[in-house]
Design a protein around this ligand. Structure first.
Ligand code: ATP
Ligand code: LTN
Length: 350
């Protein structure tokens, strides 16, 4: 992939780019290397990161420390990290426009997380719905799973982030981040920028194909619940064919039809056609024709990403270099912020 290498070498060092930092809003977002990247991740988050990256000063992070909150192995984590990095690049993240790095390569994330845990209340963490959901589904609940949102707050606050593009499921974590930052600023003086969530109304919550009341999730035990970006055309067609539908036969997006609403949302986001136009087109037609067309739309949308992904997978050095350079640039910012935080809190002898 000479293209990616060219953009890599064209990227100016962090210290020579002050103008961009002064004039553009700062964006930070993260994604866990915790399993196969699915259509919900793409439509709810990454596609927005890619579409907007020219407008902002972006930092995107593969949050491997977060992936330790649920049981994993060394081999799985390693292969998930490189797989995710290649997927993000294949989906269009551009190192010339965005800093892309691995969380554990910048040690300040873990350090700030500890410091912020002192301005976070136990009761606040206990109320987090993601913790409750994930804890309910695991036999062993680590302390890390409980403090997960503090590490997320550290990720965001370390970079003076203005905007955090995420799916709807992360809204509560963003509220916590703002609360923790507000409390810290009140106690130690103005230190952190208060970030705003950037949640797009469409695609913010793509639902499971097996249960339209649950979000499509990497950690779903049922492999038919999610369409992975790496699924073959045959697998995509099969999953869509067997996706649950609602009672009745109408193809409309109404509150009493969560399954059809979800399928129409996916169709609309990938084809660019509006939901009312799709409802009109499929009025009186059966689920069979609708699902078959939807499968075509999905297969066509993921094909170019899969082609780029295969090229990147064939040469893991490309991602490795991009991530190393991203970590170097992220470290410059993180170190400056941490020096300020340590000083504000009175740590060490200054
Ligand atoms: P898990 O379900 O195991 O927690 P995940 O699929 O939510 O994993 P993350 O790495 O936690 O994956 O999320 C990456 C980004 O994708 C986040 O911004 C998240 O809000 C978004 N996202 C995840 N699932 C969906 C979904 N079903 N619909 C829309 N956005 C989603
Ligand atoms: N918790 C997020 C992943 C994540 C993140 C972040 C998102 C970790 N740190 C910082 C935005 C900003 C998730 O599960 N999707």
């Amino acid at each position: 992939m000479p293209d990616a290498l060219e953009t890599l070498t064209a990227t100016a060092p962090e210290t020579t780019r002050p103008i961009a930092r002064l004039t553009r809003k700062r964006v930070f977002s993260g994604i866990q290397p915790s399993g196969s990247f699915h259509l919900g991740n793409y439509l709810g988050a990454i596609r927005n990161w890619v579409d907007q990256q020219g407008d902002y000063d972006n930092v995107f992070c593969i949050v491997d420390l977060h992936a330790l909150t649920l049981p994993t192995t060394r081999e799985t984590l390693r292969s998930n990290i490189i797989g995710l990095a290649n997927t993000l690049l294949a989906a269009g993240l551009d190192p010339a426009q965005s800093i892309i790095f691995i969380q554990s390569d910048v040690q300040e994330h873990a350090e700030l997380s500890w410091l912020l845990s002192s301005t976070t209340q136990f009761g606040e963490l206990r109320r987090m719905t993601q913790f409750k959901d994930k804890a309910a589904g695991s036999e062993e609940v680590s302390a890390a799973l409980f403090i997960y949102p503090v590490l997320m707050a550290a990720d965001i606050l370390l970079y003076d982030t203005d905007l955090v593009p995420v799916g709807e499921d992360q809204k509560q974590h963003l509220e916590l981040t703002r609360d923790v930052a507000t409390r810290f600023n009140a106690r130690y003086g103005e230190t952190f920028v208060l970030p705003e969530p950037d949640i797009k109304p469409a695609g913010a919550r793509i639902m499971s194909l097996e249960d339209p009341l649950k979000k499509m999730s990497k950690s779903d035990a049922n492999p038919n619940a999610a369409i992975a970006l790496t699924d073959t055309p045959d697998v995509i067609r099969r999953k869509i064919r067997r996706a649950v539908t609602d009672s009745g036969t109408e193809i409309v997006a109404t509150p009493d039809k969560p399954a059809l609403t979800n399928l129409l949302t996916i169709y609309s986001l990938l084809s660019g056609e509006s939901i009312p136009d799709l409802e009109e087109r499929y009025a009186g037609k059966g689920y069979g024709a609708f699902k078959s067309d939807l499968a075509d739309v999905v297969v066509e949308a993921v094909a170019p990403i899969q082609t780029r992904l295969a090229e990147l997978n064939a040469d893991p050095e490309i991602a490795r270099e991009i991530l190393a350079e991203g970590a170097e640039r992220a470290r410059v910012r993180a170190a400056a912020k941490m020096a300020q935080v340590r000083d504000r809190m009175g740590l060490g002898l200054g």
